[in-house]
Each structure stands twice: as C-alpha cells, then as structure tokens.
Design a protein around this ligand. Structure first.
Ligand code: NAD
Length: 433
C-alpha cells in the first residue's frame, strides 16, 4: 500500500535510506488517511510527511575480546512545532532508519494527542543488547550519546527509554551529556532512576496508562474488568506492569509471551510469580513446571476479552489477524497492527485502543519528570498517578467523541485530533524562510 501521490516533495538521494521502508510507508498511509479526513492543507501535509532532521551515527566500541565493533545508531526528529523533540531510544537487532522515522512521527502525534507541549523524535541502535556484556552496553550507550550530542539537550530533544533500554541507560546518557557540557544536566533525558532526578512512577507509567485506557474502554462498552480474561504479548517493562495492574483489578491472565515463547492457561496464570521470575532471570525462560510454547505469537491467539500486544511492532498481520479472539485490542506496543489487519479487526467489531493513546502514559510521566526537574521540586506518587490518570482518561473521551462525530475508527479519530493540534500550531507560527 503506497501513500497517495498528493504527498509530494523534492526527493533527494538520502531519502532512499528511509522513505522506501515498508514501516515508514505504512505510517505515511495512516497519516494521509487522517489528513484527508480533516482536509489538511497540502502545504502542511508536505511538511509533516518527512522528518525535520535525521542523524545517522557510527558507534565504535571495544568488545571484551579486545576487538573494535562498529554499530549504527539513529536519532530522528520529526516535528518540534509544539515544543522540544521527545522520544525513546530503542536497542534492538532489527532497528532501521525507516522504523525510527516512523516511530518519530508517531511521537509527534502522541504528544499532541495528550496535549503535552512537546514534539516527536525517536532514536535507536541496531544491536542485540542481550549479546553484550554490562561494560559493552555501557560503552555503546555513552558513545551513542556522544555522537548525537549536537542535536539533543533539555530544551532541544529529550531522549527516554524504549525497547532494550531502561533507567540504567538513561543514567549513563545523562552522565555522559553532563560530563561533556561540564555541569549536571538531569533534564536531558527522562526515565532516569529517581536517585538522579527521575520521577516516581515513570517506570510503571506506560503499563499503568494502558490499564487506565482499558478501564475506560470497558466502561464505554459496558464491561466489568473484574473476571475479564486478558493476554499479554511481550513481558518487559510495559507488558509486566500492565499485567500486574490488570490482575490487581480482578482480571484473569490467560496467556503471556516473551521473546522465548508463550505460556497459555485458560484457568489463569500467576502474574506476580512470573514477574518475580523475569526480574531474577531476565526472561520467562525456565518459569514453573509448564513448558513454554516455542512460538510467542500463540499468546496473541488465545481466546480472551482483552489482548495487550506489548512487544515489537507489526506482530498482527493480514496473515494472522483472523486467529485473534479478543473483543478489545489495547495497543501497548508501538504500531503492533499492520494496516491490512487493522481493516479486518474493524470489520470484526474489535474495539481498538490505538497505540498513540494506549501507550501514552510513558511520555506523559516523562513530561512530568521534565517539568519536575526544571522546577527542582518533586511530586508524590499519588499526585503523579492522579495527573496521569486524568490526562489519559480525558484523551480517551476526546477520541471516543471524535470517533462518533466523524463516524470513524478510534485510530483515525486519534490521529485526526493529534494532526489538527499540530496543524493549528504550525499555522499560527507560520513558515520561516
Ligand atoms: P522491553 O524491552 O522492556 O520489553 C520487551 C518485551 O518484549 C520483552 O519481554 C521481550 O522478551 C519481548 N519480546 C521481544 N521480541 C518478542 C517477540 N518476537 N515475541 C514476543 N515477545 C517479544 O520493552 P518495553 O519498554 O516494555 O516496550 C514494549 C513496547 O512498548 C515497545 O513497542 C515500545 O515501543 C512500547 N512503548 C514502551 C514505552 C516505555 O515507556 N517503555 C512507552 C511507549 C511505548
């Protein structure tokens, strides 16, 4: 599926590095569908159809065996009309420039949808972090930070954790940046440990936000969370917290997967002990007596009320979408559903909580962390939780209202709202030339 020819700009040689990527093309299709829906001006479409800045860096590190290995890293800044660029850093073997461009655009919509005064960016390094030692990962993170330093900063672009990175990486990024500029600069990244200026609840924020959205979806659909069956695909930061929060509300976990495989039990799995196992062993491998099903996708196919994809993107495809057996799809991961699969789910009446709404809890508490750091004054966990809950529930209501008003899917409605908000700011600011 190609984006419409109305999206036209003067292409350059370097564009071929990313613009032909299938992931980017799909993101552009979703953007152009929503842009058409709201009659977005062609000049604004042209500006939003490409990132504002792309940086590709070489990251040499010395391996434990003494050899030098060179990795490729990216930082893509899609749009900063509404405020400084904001977006996570992903360490994964399949990271490429098209994916990072796509995720950067998604961040622009996510921050706009929630109403945060931030833009959209994303970073990544093509690496399997599980193959590196602690020292090697630290060296990689610090050198990546040094390479992208010219374009990041607390008022410019503020990275955060994503797949394969966590608060430990953010502490290294903050320390590296601070050492280079000569003074401690905690607000150059968010998702830091609390001891170095991080916010309470940042680690739990995305998973909690997913469950606030599910609660809203249940009340919209007349369902009760207690007793509802759910499945989680991906059991890292987001998936494990979302799973725990669901169980706290009385829901029953019938399937879980991580990269090593799936565990499925219609009678219910013990999430608490799985989280404890994953924390100690780094994954679900070796958990309990039940042997894991080798294909993690089996968790996507388990009969359930709520399915929570919380791993990588593009896991729900036109080839497997008909195997899904859920009533609500809560997109905790970024872009888990491919466009063709999306259409099938809509026709089947599955209620979709789109990614830019469903997983926006992370960037929302990142914003809180940035604000608290700037004020040098920190809020209590209760204060953060209630602000998070309020912002996400308000956004959910706006998206439902827009979806009814325009008679479109939740995905189109959320994009329409987000794009309109960016458009408004771009028009007010005008075009500097
Ligand atoms: P993470 O690295 O903590 O965990 C990823 C999990 O996915 C791990 O359990 C891993 O084993 C599993 N996984 C990897 N490949 C898999 C596969 N092929 N099949 C099944 N499971 C697989 O990452 P995270 O921070 O929890 O992020 C998960 C998703 O949520 C990503 O799409 C990310 O972009 C999105 N997201 C994260 C945040 C955040 O604050 N961390 C915010 C917004 C969106």
């Amino acid at each position: 599926m190609r984006p419409p020819s109305s999206i036209a700009h003067a292409a350059s040689d370097t564009d071929t590095l990313w613009s032909g990527s299938p992931v980017w093309q799909r993101t552009l299709v979703n953007f152009s569908r929503a842009a058409e829906l709201i009659n977005l001006d062609a000049n604004i479409i042209a500006r939003l159809s490409r990132p504002e800045r792309i940086m590709v860096v070489s990251i040499p590190i010395r391996s434990d065996d003494g050899k030098v290995k060179v990795y490729t890293g990216y930082r893509v800044q899609h749009n900063d009309s509404r405020g400084p660029y904001k977006g996570g850093v992903r360490f994964a073997p399949d990271v490429d420039l098209g994916e990072v461009c796509s995720l950067a655009m998604q961040m622009t919509w996510k921050t706009a949808l929630i109403g945060l005064p931030l833009g959209g960016a994303k970073g990544g390094v093509t690496v399997d972090p599980t193959t590196l030692s602690h020292r090697e990962v630290q060296e990689l993170t610090r050198r990546y930070t040094t390479e992208i330093m010219p374009i990041i900063g607390p008022k410019v672009d503020i990275p955060a954790p994503d797949m394969g990175t966590n608060e430990r990486h953010m502490a290294w990024m903050m320390d590296t940046y601070s050492a280079k500029v000569g003074h401690t600069t905690p607000d150059v990244v968010t998702g830091k440990p609390v001891s170095v200026g991080g916010s309470l609840l940042r680690r739990e924020a995305t998973g909690k936000g997913v469950v606030y959205n599910i609660e809203e979806a249940c009340s919209h659909l007349g369902l009760t969370l207690s007793g509802l069956r759910f499945a989680v695909h991906g059991f890292g930061n987001v998936g494990s917290v979302a799973g725990l929060e669901m169980v706290r509300r009385g829901a029953v976990c019938v399937a879980v997967a991580d990269v090593h495989g799936a565990l499925v039990d219609p009678k219910g799995l013990d999430i608490q002990s799985m989280v404890a196992h994953a924390q100690t062993h780094g994954s679900l491998q070796g958990y309990g007596d039940q042997s894991m099903i080798a294909d993690p996708r089996e968790a996507l196919y388990a009969p359930c009320d709520v399915l929570i994809p919380a791993a990588q993107g593009n896991v729900i495809t036109k080839d497997n979408v008909r195997k899904l057996q859920c009533r609500v799809l809560a997109e905790a991961a970024n872009a888990p559903t491919m466009t063709e699969a999306d259409d099938v789910l809509n026709e089947a009446g599955v209620f979709m909580i789109p990614d830019i709404l469903c997983n926006a809890g992370g960037v929302t508490v990142s914003y809180f962390e940035w604000v608290q750091g700037g004020m040098h004054f920190f809020w209590s966990a209760d204060e953060i939780d209630s602000r998070l809950s309020r912002l996400l529930r308000q956004a959910f209501s706006r998206v439902v209202a827009e979806s009814k008003r325009l008679n479109v899917t939740m995905r189109k409605a959320s994009l329409a709202l987000a794009i309109r908000s960016v458009d408004e700011v771009m028009r007010s600011r005008g075009l500097y030339a």
